[in-house]
Write a protein that binds this ligand. Structure first.
Ligand code: AGP
Length: 609
């Protein structure tokens, strides 16, 4: 996590750094800080606990001027979110901002203490600052010093280093945490996400794993992991910047929920033409790989893991190909058996999730046929390192709670499974059926969103509860899980999801008159089974909220609230049923007054494991 920005210019860079930090805040918001140095070598450092706005307020009251600077917004890993632990960390003349985790920091700290260094913070980053200072005493340019320093570091880092005595130069090093150089005119920048530089430049050089770069106003030198000077391709970004505008909405999450029908309409218009699904990103070799695949392995985290779980049902029921789904942080640390002709699919909104990226890298050693990533950020590490990638085209998602990235992932997965069916069997009717069902999806989504007053009313009751249970069966079990995750992360209410058939194996003991139970009950073949599960809960006095079709036979009664949704074809039902859960969580969080776009302890992009 953590956002980094650095600048070398011939003008004051304080505003550039602060504006960049505001854009990067989605990566963490426990504390923020910056250091700037002017050409006379005078430096000023400012750090504040909490959001970037606290730093901005403090900066307005402080004399800060400098043409070279680095800044950071933190998601705490080592050490509490206190000012003393905020970046940049300084060792005499060396200042460092860092994203990642230095795993051998304790040993390095001990060695540096033996050398006479005093530590003022609990962070692993302060070790880097002292280590650079210590290595510098042995001589060489700052670039050479950093080349020697990284040999001591175990773990992950995206870091930027500044020597206060020699302003006008920044050294950046990448290993496990992304860094991108923004190329300006007579000024250059380094950042953990190019979007933070959109007002300044559209030209970027992506550092690769093991790269170390020296950045000055007019010059960029990049050394790769083998110590060779290398050129990285300059890429122009065409991403929209104005998506950061909340428009008429109060919160980004609200905006992103309501954007879903339009975003999905656009995806369908772009991907589905003349009754056929097309993936412009995939070439013949990608299709050959898909055709060869006899097993699908999907790896992801959080909300992306939930969409993978829905796809698991589709791969097996529609495409008749075996599929298994695993949480990336589990997959990467266990010994797994790779089935013959397995295709690895990674799912991620950001494309920078550390565990998902590590899982992809591991898969390359394990004998998978190849890797396909489904992602929302075209320039992300995951996309660049996968054999093939499909973009979800959800547009920028700012809110920490994923909404439109989830439904767009589901649409992409459904299109992919469907395309796979046609590749394997030219006579397959699945493509025609899926496209017919998807055609009406945006309209159904809009119909659900139009009922928002109802969800805001229901949220009144839920916001007073301490625990909520979500139930679903089949491909709605992962939707129940996603509903529980949404409620937890933005309203801080404890929520759990269960496959309804599992209730009597333990969770039923939780049910009493105080526990609301939200049940996803689409009118499909599992409905009779689900009805039995509902009766089991009702008999124990649970307060039921049933999301269902108009013709599924439920009626409102005491302690049973029915929320009617449109009648849907099975294949698109999960994509629609998640919307009421997103709205409910949103309105509960609004009532509770949480900082719902930036919930406590979380960050949008989880770039540390
Ligand atoms: C969900 O609302 C969260 N934002 C989180 O679970 C997220 O889905 C997870 O961290 C994975 O992120 P990714 O899709 O960017 O890889």
């Amino acid at each position: 996590m953590c956002g980094i920005i650095g600048a070398v210019a011939q003008r004051d860079v304080v505003d550039v750094l602060l504006a960049g930090l505001r854009c990067l805040e989605y990566r963490g918001y426990d504390s923020a800080g910056l250091i700037v140095v002017n050409s006379q070598g005078q430096s000023s450092r400012l750090r504040r606990v909490g959001k970037v706005s606290n730093l901005v307020c403090a900066a307005a009251k402080t004399m800060l001027l400098g043409e070279t600077g680095i800044a950071h917004t933190r998601w705490a890993t080592h050490g509490q979110p206190e000012e003393i632990n905020a970046h940049p960390h300084v060792s005499t003349n060396i200042a460092v901002v860092h994203n990642g985790i230095i795993e051998n920091h304790e040993l390095l700290r001990k060695n540096l203490q033996d050398e006479g260094y005093t530590f003022v913070s609990e962070t692993d980053t302060e070790v880097i600052a002292h280590l650079v200072n210590w290595e510098q005493k042995k001589g060489g340019s700052l670039l050479e010093v950093v080349q020697r320093v990284v040999l001591h570091l175990h773990g992950t880092y995206g870091m930027v280093i500044l020597d206060i005595y020699f302003p006008g130069i920044l050294i950046a090093a990448r290993s496990g945490s992304p860094l991108v150089i923004g190329c300006g005119r007579g000024e250059n920048f380094i950042v953990s996400d190019p979007m933070a530089l959109f007002p300044l430049t559209r030209f970027f050089l992506y550092l690769e794993e093991g790269d170390i770069a020296q950045i000055s106003c007019n010059d960029i030198i990049i050394i790769d992991r083998h110590s060779n000077v290398v050129q990285r391709r300059k890429i122009e970004s065409h991403l929209e910047y104005d998506s950061y505008d909340k428009g008429v909405y109060t919160h980004y999450m609200q905006k992103e929920i309501y954007e879903q029908p339009q975003v999905i309409q656009n995806i369908l218009a772009y991907r589905c033409k003349n009754g056929l699904i097309s993936f412009d990103e995939l070439d013949d070799s990608a299709y050959a790989l898909l055709k060869k695949a006899q097993h699908i392995k999907i790896v992801a985290c959080g909300t992306s893991y939930h969409s993978a779980m829905v796809a698991h049902y589709w791969w097996e029921s529609l495409a008749k190909v075996s599929c298994d789904v695993e949480i990336a942080s589990e997959f990467r640390y266990r010994q797994s058996v790779v089935r013959e002709n397995s295709l690895l699919i990674t799912l991620s909104q950001s494309g920078e999730t550390a565990d998902t990226l590590a899982a992809l890298r591991l898969s390359k050693q394990l004998g998978y046929l190849g890797s396909l990533s489904i992602c929302n950020v075209a320039s992300s590490s995951l996309v660049r390192e996968s054999d093939f990638a499909l973009m979800t085209n959800a547009g920028i998602e700012v809110s920490v709670a994923s909404t439109k990235s989830f439904t767009t992932q589901l649409v992409l997965l459904l299109l992919l499974v469907t395309k796979f069916c046609s590749l394997k069997d030219k006579q397959s009717l699945v493509e025609q059926d899926t496209l017919e069902s998807l055609e009406k999806l945006p309209t159904y989504m809009t119909q659900v969103l139009l009922q928002d007053i109802l969800f805001s009313e229901l949220a009144k009751e839920l916001s007073e509860k301490n625990h909520v249970v979500f139930l679903g069966r089949g491909d709605h079990y992962p939707i129940a899980m996603e509903g529980a995750l949404k409620l937890k992360e933005i309203s801080y209410i404890h929520a759990e999801a269960y496959a309804a058939g599992e209730l009597k194996h333990g969770p039923l003991a939780l049910i009493d008159t105080n526990i609301p139970v939200i049940i996803l009950a689409p009118n499909n073949t599992l409905l009779p089974k689900l009805k039995s599960n509902i009766e089991e809960v009702r008999a124990r006095g649970g307060l039921l909220y049933i999301l269902t079709d108009t013709n599924s036979g439920f009626v409102n009664s005491e302690r049973v609230r029915i929320i009617f949704l449109p009648h849907l074809k099975d294949v698109i039902a999960p994509i629609v049923y998640v919307l009421p859960l997103q709205l409910l969580s949103y309105y509960v969080a609004v009532r509770k007054g949480t900082d719902l776009d930036k919930p406590r302890n979380l960050a949008k992009s989880v770039t540390v494991e």
